[in-house]
Write a new protein. Structure first.
Length: 321
């Protein structure tokens, strides 16, 4: 019935079907600037498209409420059917393949700083070669609300250790990372086989993405294994970690991929842990609203490609100076 309603409210002989992409982006973003970025238009061009769409449909479609554009009753009625139509009409709409070399798309990616550090070779290459006009906005996701951040458009995708199961959330599990210890060269723990008691007696450095500073998933796993030790320094800022490790006797427990990269750039060594801990299971998450977007799909594939190269045992690719 909704498909019939859409056909009835437009002149099919003159209607520009590409305007439906703008409508669909507005329904999801509720913001002209973000919707324009989704369909790779300038804001003036997007505003012009929206004006044409209103004229064709004969309805305001979106009205301003504070900083948001709220759909009218007609827009709310048409929204689900338009989304479904676009899935089937993409070939008819002539959607061109995404070309990063000429695109000015914006990507909002959620990841904490040590993940960004691991992926910095990708972003360096994007800036230098693949997409000189692309814009990447990185911010730390909140593990407790990452699903709503993705659904609202605050983030397009997020990488991290999440417990996400909400409707509309897509995910790809990245390569598992075994957990290891990292200490400075010459550290007392680096002189031989480590016992659980030695680990309990060693002060630890802990990193967390949680805004309230509560214990990380690493801390909980170490506590369950009986080798937690006392955490004396907790930080959300990863770039202080190498300096703290190489100038103190602190111990960091982290994934083997990150440990390998740290040790390739600083006078640090990895340590096997005396208990078998579950591997770190990171994920790349995104929402249904960006699932079919060619630009977003392209970026997700690039992130997955680089995450695969960061597996333990592969040669560490140094971050750019």
């Amino acid at each position: 019935m909704l498909l019939i309603a859409i056909i009835q409210c437009m002149n099919i002989d003159t209607f520009d079907l590409n305007l439906l992409r703008m409508f669909h982006a507005m329904m999801e973003e509720r913001n002209v600037t973000r919707a324009a970025q989704r369909v790779h238009l300038s804001q003036p061009a997007a505003s012009h498209a929206l004006a044409r769409l209103r004229k064709q449909i004969g309805d305001p479609l979106f009205v301003r409420a504070g900083r948001r554009m709220i759909p009218t009753a007609k827009a709310s009625e048409l929204g689900p059917a338009v989304g479904e139509m676009l899935k089937h009409l993409a070939p008819a709409l002539g959607a061109a393949p995404f070309d990063p070399a000429v695109s000015s798309a914006t990507f909002r990616i959620g990841m904490i700083d040590f993940v960004e550090y691991l992926l910095s070779p990708l972003f360096s290459r994007l800036i230098r070669e693949d997409g000189p006009r692309l814009r990447v906005l990185v911010r730390a996701p909140d593990p407790e609300s990452v699903e709503s951040q993705l659904a609202s458009g605050e983030l397009d995708m997020a990488i991290g250790v999440f417990d996400a199961s909400a409707a509309g959330i897509h995910g790809r599990r990245l390569a598992d990372q075994p957990m290891v210890g990292v200490v400075r060269k010459g550290h007392p723990l680096a002189k031989g086989k480590i016992s659980a008691q030695q680990l309990r007696d060693t002060p630890r450095l802990s990193t967390t993405a949680r805004h309230n500073g509560v214990e990380s998933p690493f801390d909980k796993q170490l506590a369950r294994a009986g080798i937690a030790g006392e955490v004396v320094y907790v930080t959300q800022n990863f770039f202080s970690v190498p300096m703290l490790l190489k100038t103190t006797d602190l111990l960091l427990v982290t994934g083997a991929g990150l440990a390998q990269l740290l040790c390739s750039q600083h006078p640090l060594v990895t340590l096997p842990l005396p208990a078998r801990l579950p591997a770190l299971q990171a994920q790349l998450l995104w929402h249904e609203r960006t699932h079919y977007d060619p630009a977003q799909k392209w970026m997700r594939e690039r992130l997955l490609e680089v995450a695969l190269r960061s597996q333990p045992g592969r040669p560490a690719e140094p971050a750019p100076a």
